[in-house]
Design a protein around this ligand. Structure first.
Ligand code: DAH
Length: 369
């Protein structure tokens, strides 16, 4: 048969082949090495006279090329269609773009703690952490606040009554050693109301010189509002050495305030009272919103309550009694301590108007600051 006619017929069959197996059968029928119809036609060429061979050979080769090409094309089309079917039937859509990786970020409180600890680290203060469930002894007694002391009124305390919890906390407390009285189930425990108990724990475990910074969660039984939370963070600092004075305390805190809030910060110290420091002071810096003037374009500055000052922390020279209690020679060693809230600093650094925004864990807010 004429190779061109053969090719036309093959092309029809190729177009009609609905799957690769049928297509393969068509290919074998026309191009099979032994019996393929076109193969045979081509093989027959060698019996022709040279003139006819040249003319018919060209036509036959062209016909074979047409069939070859059509088979390749049809095979590709059948494969694409079958892939499409497989994908459509499965639940994964491989054509979807990959899910973007969401980078984590630090909570603004963590960021602020890192900033504070970083600043004090440059002045030689090592960061240490302590237990949030604390003995009455460390939270109050060792800090010169005995059970009937009026200073206890400043701390609205969350006491722990469950004896099982007491037992657990006692185990956790086991390693701290020191001169604290032996644990007894009757000893009261609480959620620490400040980070100051770590002053005692650190001094029990170390000999001077001491320079530590203690960031951590604290708890008070209070109503919440824009500037108060029942759970909040403090950072506590303690430095003990020979010949430390109030001037060192002021210098360290002044430097910290400048590093936190930039060049021109003014710092104010006013006398205050804390049972575990003598003398004691409260430290404030001039308001970073109104620059200490107490007023803004909109009137009274709401950040500092129109006072021009923002209180940061309580501080003072460590009480000699506290030093003697942990076995330090108070005629040889002195030291200073300071402790204050972290949220207030975080609020100023991030422009957060309400402390509760930090603890509600609404990502829409936390990711925006
Ligand atoms: N712990 C005190 C409070 O929460 C603050 C404080 C005052 C810490 C004086 C100190 C200090 O280290 O020396 O109110």
């Amino acid at each position: 048969m004429d190779p061109n006619e053969l090719a036309d017929r093959a092309l029809d069959e190729i177009a009609a082949a609905a799957d690769e197996a049928t297509l393969e059968a068509v290919r074998a029928r026309y191009l099979g090495r032994k019996d393929g119809e076109l193969t045979r036609a081509l093989r027959g060429l060698k019996d022709l006279s040279p003139e006819r061979r040249a003319a018919e050979g060209a036509a036959a080769n062209e016909a074979k090329a047409r069939v070859d090409g059509a088979i390749s094309e049809r095979r590709a089309a059948l494969r694409a269609a079958s892939l499409e079917r497989d994908l459509g039937g499965s639940r994964e859509d491989l054509s979807l773009p990959p899910r973007t990786v969401r980078l984590g970020r630090l909570h603004p409180i963590s960021r602020t703690i890192r900033e504070i600890t970083g600043i004090f680290a440059t002045m030689g203060f090592e960061s240490v952490e302590g237990p949030e469930v604390e003995w009455d002894y460390y939270n109050f007694e060792a800090l010169n606040i005995p059970p009937d002391h009026p200073a206890r009124d400043k701390f609205s305390t969350l006491w722990i009554e469950n004896t099982a919890e007491v037992a657990l906390a006692r185990t956790a407390d086991g390693g701290s050693g020191g001169s604290a009285p032996a644990p007894a189930a009757s000893r009261p425990m609480l959620l620490r109301t400040h980070t100051s108990p770590m002053q005692i724990r650190v001094m029990e475990q170390r000999r001077p010189p001491v320079r530590v910074l203690v960031p951590g969660r604290c708890y008070r039984f209070e109503a919440t509002d824009a500037t108060h939370e029942t759970v909040f963070f403090q950072t506590e600092g303690l430095a003990i050495d020979e010949q430390l004075s109030m001037a060192d305390l002021k210098g360290v805190l002044y430097s910290a305030a400048r590093q936190l809030f930039g060049g021109a910060r003014k710092v104010r110290f006013r006398p205050d009272y804390f049972p575990f420091t003598e003398p004691s002071a409260e430290m404030a810096f001039d308001c970073i919103v109104c620059d200490g003037s107490g007023t803004t374009d909109e009137g009274n500055c709401r950040t500092c309550g129109a006072t021009g000052w923002i209180e940061w922390l309580g501080c003072g020279m460590v009480h000699p009694k506290a030093l003697e209690r942990v076995g330090y020679d108070s005629t040889r060693y002195q030291g200073f301590a300071f402790g204050g809230g972290v949220e207030r600093i975080a609020m100023l650094l991030t422009g957060t108007p309400d402390i509760r925004l930090f603890h509600e864990n609404d990502l829409r807010y936390l990711e925006s600051v």
